[in-house]
Design a protein around this ligand. Sequence first.
Ligand SMILES: [Zn+2]
Ligand SMILES: [Zn+2]
Length: 141
Amino acid sequence: MSHEGIRFVSKDEAERGNQVERPLPRIAVTPEKVRVLLTEGKGLEIDWTDGHKSSWNFAWLRNACPCATCNEEREGSARKIGQPPKAKPGTLPMYKEPARPLEISPVGKYAINFHWNDGHSSGIYSWDFLRRECPCSECKT
Ligand SMILES: [Zn+2]
Ligand SMILES: [Zn+2]
């Protein structure tokens, strides 16, 4: 898909893009509270309906962008979701402004979209994707 601008993404399509393995129970992918700690520059926090709490910093979220372009780029450079891009050998890392969303908007009832300060805004972060990528010690063991 290479349409620019408004894109209509079905739930199925968004989930296929996120490579769903086993379905998670609905209460595990339904946020009870969503907090965006924008002024603190921290990140996103979600309290899920099943009582679990997750939080991600903005840098991770930016590097985890689930859009097709970023997925391809990550696959091409063997970079994991949320990992920063590697600097090319022999080059000094360029200073980049820390990732920060300028705008955050809900996508239907199932996802959230960030408009990043570097101009990128095509990632649709579904609740399902975020829950699967919960970085807490409990989920990452
Ligand atoms: Zn992207
Ligand atoms: Zn967790």
